[in-house]
Design a protein around this ligand. Structure first.
Ligand SMILES: Nc1nc2c(ncn2[C@@H]2O[C@H](COP(=O)(O)OP(=O)(O)O)[C@@H](O)[C@H]2O)c(=O)[nH]1
Ligand SMILES: [Mg+2]
Length: 254
């Protein structure tokens, strides 16, 4: 068989699982650390429930994803996950699902591992969203997930540090209300409402203009230039304002 015929025949198999994201759909993706319960607790011993060093590794990995060649206009990270929103006009890889998933998983895993100094891997899934409402819903969903996990994690680790077993701590918190959990922490001297916002709401990443001061040695004058850089916002606004912030980012990217 001639190579060209052979090639055409084999490509049918290779392409049999190729899917593309339909035109007009917004593309969001979520990357999640693989076996990070073990990585954070048994291998690297990050402070629980929250460690700024771990947060900064996640921010570094999210920034790398935003700078690796796609047009990503918003990033969001909480716990061991990163969500990204593509520019509506980004047609990278013809919007092929497998290309987007594997490339992003590779880029984020590599960036995180290099910064950490040992290997770590992320999975990646694409979430096609039909309209702006669903785009803001998606990010509100992850933001609310962050808030719920944060309160739980604070309660769980406070009980564990007092000597409770995994099962005892889990059982004590099972089915309990937000008010109960806040009160439990207060009794242990922790005022949940004063804890850092990033631990509750996660961190948002978006482009922002910065004024950079410099010096021109030829003219001998101080200079000012505007640079666009990714800003990691560790103090995200509350619910409705957060949704508006995302809509603004989409509006301003056009
Ligand atoms: N010690 C510590 N663990 C964290 C931190 N942020 C996230 N994690 C852990 O990362 C894990 C993320 O959960 P999940 O993705 O469901 O678990 P996985 O399947 O083992 O990756 C949980 O065990 C979290 O406690 C942190 O700042 N410090
Ligand atoms: Mg994980």
């Amino acid at each position: 068989m001639k190579f060209d015929d052979f090639d055409r025949e084999m490509r049918i198999y290779e392409q049999s699982l190729d899917y593309v994201i339909l035109p007009d759909m917004y593309i969001a993706t979520r990357l999640d650390g693989r076996s990070f319960t073990r990585l954070t607790k048994e291998i690297c011993h990050f402070e629980a429930p929250f460690d700024e060093k771990f947060r900064d590794l996640m921010i570094h990995a999210a920034k790398s994803a935003m700078e690796c060649g796609f047009r990503i206009i918003y990033g969001y990270t909480e716990s061991d996950e990163i969500s990204l929103l593509f520019h509506p006009d980004d047609n990278s890889f013809g919007r092929k699902v497998r290309k987007l998933n594997t490339t992003l998983a590779g880029e984020v895993s590599a960036a995180f591992s290099l910064e950490l100094g040992r290997t770590a891997a992320f999975d990646c899934r694409i979430i096609p969203l039909p309209n702006l409402k669903r785009v803001t819903d998606y990010f509100l969903w992850r933001y609310e997930d962050s808030q719920r996990n944060s309160l739980n994690a604070w309660c769980y680790w406070t009980l564990r540090k007092e000597g409770m077993s995994k099962n005892e701590a889990t059982e004590m918190l099972s089915g309990k209300s937000i008010a109960f959990k806040n009160e439990l922490l207060l009794q242990k001297g922790i005022n949940y409402s004063t804890l850092p916002l990033w631990q509750k709401r996660g961190t948002g990443l978006y482009y922002k203009d910065f004024i950079k001061s410099g010096f021109n040695p030829i003219t001998g004058q101080n200079t000012k230039a505007i640079r666009r850089e990714i800003f990691a916002d560790t103090e995200l606004p509350s619910g409705e304002e957060y949704a508006r912030m995302i809509l603004n980012i989409i509006e301003n990217c056009k």
